[in-house]
Design a protein around this ligand. Structure first.
Ligand SMILES: Cc1cc2nc3c(=O)[nH]c(=O)nc-3n(C[C@H](O)[C@H](O)[C@H](O)COP(=O)(O)OP(=O)(O)OC[C@H]3O[C@@H](n4cnc5c(N)ncnc54)[C@H](O)[C@@H]3O)c2cc1C
Length: 246
């Protein structure tokens, strides 16, 4: 049986470990003393903390859902919550998320600008080349200036024109101009967009996901990998240990 080394017991390494363990002998090396990476949690004075920021589970991908609910029990292990966010406007008004479906709540000047943007979007033609262009073409310059630009620059901490379009696929709501207008006229609050609902773990926060994924894996914690050597026959030495039997 092939041996496969995975470096890092974050959610990616643990998931790959699970997927590959059915047809290979997998070892996961983790430099930290426990699995989880960015989704790690810690208890301080009995209280649970997401040490790198809060995490929730959501996806629209059926294959990911099948994998996930094949391991976890939706009702026993998780609580489902609907997103209930608002966007605070410069004038203090609070517009529910997603902002493009609640344009009818904007002040008159802003609403007129958004309508002009949306009406012009059909004529815009060419494919966007990057994330910034995508947001401008998708939601118009007004909503880009007021919300999508500042919000996404804050979250991703980079020039949005440097973010390639390939990164976007399946991650963001992509309503057509007709949909935006329809949703506003009909006042559709829209619960089917990408991040409209989340699953929270009932116990242990996202550490519960990491610990459960790690169950049954050959996981070596406190084992930072510092050296990889490619062998003449195509195998690898991971810190001197052979990862694949010839
Ligand atoms: C604040 C914040 C909130 C987020 N919220 C969400 C959310 O709600 N839902 C969501 O789906 N995603 C969310 N994300 C994204 C999510 O955290 C990441 O996509 C995901 O955790 C990445 O997992 P990973 O396994 O690829 O990497 P990591 O979690 O970074 O894991 C990498 C692991 O590799 C180990 N490692 C590194 N080098 C070595 C080495 N040489 N030897 C051995 N081990 C090594 C590290 O110790 C670490 O454990 C959020 C991210 C942030 C920052």
């Amino acid at each position: 049986m092939n041996r496969i080394a995975i470096i890092g017991a974050g959610v990616s390494g643990l998931t790959m470990g699970r997927l590959l363990a059915t047809h290979a002998s997998v070892t996961v090396f983790e430099s930290d003393s426990r699995p989880g990476g960015l989704i790690k949690c810690a208890r301080v004075d009995g209280n649970l903390f997401h040490t790198c920021g809060g995490h929730v589970f959501n996806t629209r991908r059926e294959d990911v859902l099948d994998f996930f609910w094949g391991i976890f029990d939706r009702d026993r292990d998780f609580v489902k919550a609907d997103r209930n966010s608002v966007v605070k406007m410069p004038d203090g008004a609070e517009i529910p998320y997603p902002i493009e479906n609640h344009a009818y709540m904007l002040d008159d000047d802003t609403l007129r600008a958004v309508i002009a943007d949306v009406a012009g979007m059909r004529a815009a033609g060419s494919e966007p080349a990057n994330f910034e262009e995508f947001l401008r073409k998708q939601f118009g310059d007004t909503l880009y200036r007021l919300y999508f630009g500042p919000y996404n620059r804050k979250v991703w901490r980079r020039d949005l024109s440097d973010v390639p379009l390939s990164w976007l696929e399946g991650k963001l709501p992509m309503p057509a101009p007709e949909e935006i207008l329809y949703n506003n006229i009909r006042r559709v609050k829209e619960k089917a967009f990408v991040h409209s609902s989340f699953y929270y773990e009932r116990q242990g926060g996202s550490q519960f996901i990491a610990d459960t994924l790690a169950e049954g894996l050959d996981l070596r914690c406190s084992s930072p990998v510092s050296r990889l050597d490619r062998q003449a026959d195509g195998g690898w030495l991971v810190d001197g240990e052979r990862s694949e039997d010839p």
